[in-house]
Design a binder for this molecule. Structure first.
Ligand code: HEC
Ligand code: HEC
Ligand code: HEC
Ligand code: HEC
Ligand code: HEC
Length: 321
């Protein structure tokens, strides 16, 4: 990763850490001022609502209570622990899951594969993006604890794990009527995967949305960018997305919208990284299409039937009916 980008997101993190400390130390004033403060931050799409001390305290209490029950749990009871199922899964905190699953963040990748290929000497195509940094990590670490993940996202265990049925290896247990459409309108089994990729991974690992039809670009991004980018203009996406199109974006609790825009000034790989640069799928997620200032009232053919708001579970702004 280029130094500039790295320094920038580290300084961003320090800045948000600083803000958090300030908030905590002035918690009384903060509570009085919070209504105005939170509204302002959300209105500019800046940051996820700051962790409030009350929520932190109740999380600590829940963790302590859970720990106290551990001596009475055997393996089977732990496997079928109510936290794995609805409704508890919806409000479970990462700290509670980690009481029993600390290994998902602690386990490090092997130094070398059994065949002797060293991890520190290998890289794959997506690791050539300007944002990729640091030693090889496991999947959970790359989404929850890598410096870059923490800069641009705010994922929780239950963003991906919406439940865990050990028998069906599915996030959806006894399937409730409301969940019969949990899989993008389909019944909820996706080949016995523990998480539903269509509603999680696809959001950030889909293909680049049709460059010709949707964005009127001359070709695929790796070609198109050649004529749009220069050292002075390192992010070609922003030629169109800084002010002209879809400027109302990322106002969801699992993304750090302001950090994304900040980092994106240095490289289009920030944007492309979640919109085609690490594509595990040939299709793109049908993103919500929020109205933006200057938007034409005509809805293009490809956008018919798109939602106009983020998923209510994560939206930072009230959704008008
Ligand atoms: C009281 C301990 C405990 C808690 C709390 C707990 N789990 Fe589990 N979980 C288990 C056990 C034991 C298993 C079975 C593990 C196995 O067979 O590999 C399991 C299985 C799983 C599996 C399937 C793993 C596999 O290899 O089949 C997932 C995914 C999972 N848990 C996620 C979570 C999440 C997310 C949370 C928080 C909402 C959570 N768990 C909370 C103990 C717990
Ligand atoms: C970005 C999505 C995502 C997030 C966030 C996430 N997981 Fe997972 N997790 C997965 C996927 C995908 C698998 C592999 C599922 C499969 O094999 O079907 C997995 C597997 C697991 C397993 C099974 C053991 C293993 O390592 O394969 C456990 C336990 C687990 N996750 C717990 C957690 C806990 C606890 C958290 C929060 C600290 C968490 N996960 C956050 C996507 C996620
Ligand atoms: C909110 C956006 C988001 C979601 C949802 C998401 N990812 Fe990612 N993923 C990222 C980002 C950002 C990175 C790069 C992190 C880094 O470089 O540290 C990444 C990296 C990866 C990597 C590379 C890891 C490595 O060590 O090189 C894999 C594999 C991956 N994601 C798979 C998945 C799968 C499978 C899911 C669904 C279970 C998923 N992701 C969900 C944003 C996301
Ligand atoms: C030549 C101008 C242009 C460039 C450069 C451009 N876009 Fe777009 N983009 C558009 C237009 C126009 C739309 C559609 C606006 C609308 O909703 O009517 C769009 C839509 C999108 C969408 C939403 C697609 C959907 O299905 O809702 C995403 C995501 C996106 N662009 C990401 C990017 C990224 C990432 C880059 C750089 C790698 C980029 N764009 C470069 C013009 C551009
Ligand atoms: C960490 C992953 C990530 C990064 C980095 C990222 N995006 Fe996104 N983007 C998303 C996700 C997830 C959504 C869907 C959010 C929602 O449901 O509202 C989205 C939504 C969008 C949309 C649709 C906006 C609408 O109408 O709601 C556009 C356009 C877009 N992104 C462009 C960009 C551009 C340009 C950049 C770089 C400045 C960028 N993205 C960086 C993950 C990312």
């Amino acid at each position: 990763m280029p130094c500039a980008l790295e320094t920038k997101f580290i300084s961003n993190r320090l800045r948000s850490a600083g803000v958090l400390l300030l908030l905590l130390s002035a918690s009384i004033q903060w509570q009085a001022a919070s209504a105005a403060g939170v509204d302002a931050a959300v209105a500019t799409g800046n940051v996820a609502p700051p962790a409030d001390t009350q929520a932190l305290e109740s999380e600590q209490k829940a963790i302590a209570a859970l720990r106290a029950t551990l001596p009475r749990l055997d393996y089977q009871r732990a496997m079928y622990h109510p936290l794995h199922f609805k409704p508890a899964i919806d409000t479970a905190t990462d700290g509670e899951c980690l009481v029993c699953h600390a290994e998902v963040l602690d386990a490090r990748v092997r130094m070398a594969s059994p065949a002797g290929v060293r991890a520190d000497r290998s890289s794959v195509w997506y690791q050539t993006l300007a944002t990729y940094d640091g030693e090889q990590m496991n999947f959970h670490q790359r989404h929850l604890t890598s410096a870059y993940a923490r800069a641009v996202m705010n994922l929780k265990c239950n963003f991906c794990h919406r439940g865990n049925d050990p028998r069906e290896e599915s996030p959806d247990f006894t399937v409730a009527a409301a969940d019969m459409r949990a899989n993008n309108g389909q019944a909820p089994f996706t080949l016995r995967k523990m998480v539903n990729p269509s509603t999680t991974c696809l959001l950030c690992h889909g293909a680049f949305p049709d460059p010709l039809q949707i964005m009127s670009l001359p070709g695929p991004w790796p070609e198109a960018r050649k004529v749009m980018e220069s050292p002075e203009q390192p992010n070609g996406c922003l030629l169109c997305h800084a002010a002209a199109f879809r400027t109302h974006r990322h106002r969801v609790s699992y993304l750090n919208a302001a950090n994304i825009e900040d980092l994106a000034e240095e490289s289009s790989d920030v944007c492309y990284g979640c919109h085609g640069g690490r594509a595990w799928y040939r299709n793109a997620y049908p993103l919500p299409r929020h109205a933006w200032p200057g938007m034409s009232p005509d809805v293009p053919e490809w956008a018919r039937g798109r939602p106009v708001h983020s998923d209510a579970r994560y939206a930072l702004e009230p959704i008008e009916p």
